[in-house]
Design a protein around this ligand. Structure first.
Ligand code: NCD
Length: 298
């Protein structure tokens, strides 16, 4: 059956756990099974990416698939072809999955109407980034074993972050309690509930969290500068080693990190900072995702 992965809501709890456990198994396996041998995976990234694009491509190749990267600067969308027509034409070449990143929220959903293979969302505007939430959950699960009852503070530009949107949904479904820490102009529009709180400073919740996830200020999505300076912002929201002290807290960040604005140099060097583990785990999560979705189609 054809299925797309556009948001974390496309996965039920069993599938979420299945993907995370499979990713952990891939991480532990000495030999990688070639479950995507003979499959073609297409990546189309309309927005810049370092980690997500290479992570998906490495994941596909590790499982034996062939990867075709559509260079959007050389593709026909730059000659005026609609994105829907581009998708229909790519689809006519019968790939087994298309991975897309786009600056517009909803781009993945829209393209899904024009293709007969799974669309995997690598990030659409401020809307969703499901594989990031899965790799964050995997990283936490590897550290804690069980996520039920664990507390995470998500700090920064939550309103404009697709990482936050996907994480807020997925982490709560895994039993975590989420606190959103942001100045009013970056705060989320989600309503508070039993497992979702909103505060405007990190000090008020630092003694009640097991994980801090710092986010980049998404300047490319701001219509105008809504804070006085990034330095002022950092003085209140940067995750510093001094702030963490000797607490038993792990620190996550999806990257790219604005050093000394999101997380300071000293904290980035600390073993409690799991940023590079997240990057490593991302490949295994995307292997599990591709294995599931690209093998479902055709
Ligand atoms: C994030 C993204 O692009 O949404 N990065 C990522 O995928 N690892 C976060 C960001 O750009 O700040």
């Amino acid at each position: 059956m054809l299925q797309h992965l556009i948001t974390t809501q496309d996965l039920n709890l069993d599938s979420i756990n299945e993907i995370i456990d499979k990713a952990i198994q891939y991480k532990q396996d000495i030999n990688t099974p070639q479950t995507l041998l003979g499959k073609i995976i297409i990546t189309i990234f309309f927005e810049n990416s370092t980690r997500t694009l290479s992570s998906f491509e490495i994941a596909a190749k590790r499982l034996g698939a062939k990867v075709v990267r559509l260079d959007i600067h050389k593709s026909s969308t730059s000659k005026g072809e609609t994105i829907a027509d581009t998708a229909s034409n790519i689809n006519a070449m019968k790939p087994n999955a298309i991975i897309i990143r786009h600056r517009d929220a909803g781009a993945g959903n829209y393209l899904a109407r024009y293709v007969s293979c799974p669309i995997i969302n690598g990030g659409d505007g401020a809307h969703a980034h499901p594989t990031q939430a899965l790799l964050d959950a995997m990283t936490m699960k590897l550290h804690f074993g069980d996520l039920n009852g664990k507390r995470i503070a998500i700090v920064g530009d939550i309103m404009n972050s697709r990482v936050a949107t996907s994480g807020i949904d997925l982490f709560r479904r895994l039993g975590m309690k989420v606190t959103l820490v942001a100045p009013p102009h970056f705060q989320s529009l989600f309503n508070e509930s039993d497992n979702l709180k909103k505060v405007d400073n990190i000090k008020s919740c630092i003694d009640d969290c097991d994980v801090i996830m710092s986010l980049r200020t998404q300047t490319e999505r701001h219509n105008y500068q809504i804070y006085s300076s990034l330095k002022d912002y950092a003085s209140l929201f940067c995750i510093t080693k001094e702030l963490i002290g000797d607490r038993d807290i792990i620190v996550l960040h999806p990257g790219p990190v604005h050093r000394n604005i999101d997380i300071d140099d000293e904290m980035l060097k600390d073993s409690r900072c799991k940023v590079l583990d997240q990057v490593s785990n991302g490949v295994f999560v995307r292997m599990a995702v591709l294995d599931k979705f690209a093998n479902l189609a055709k």
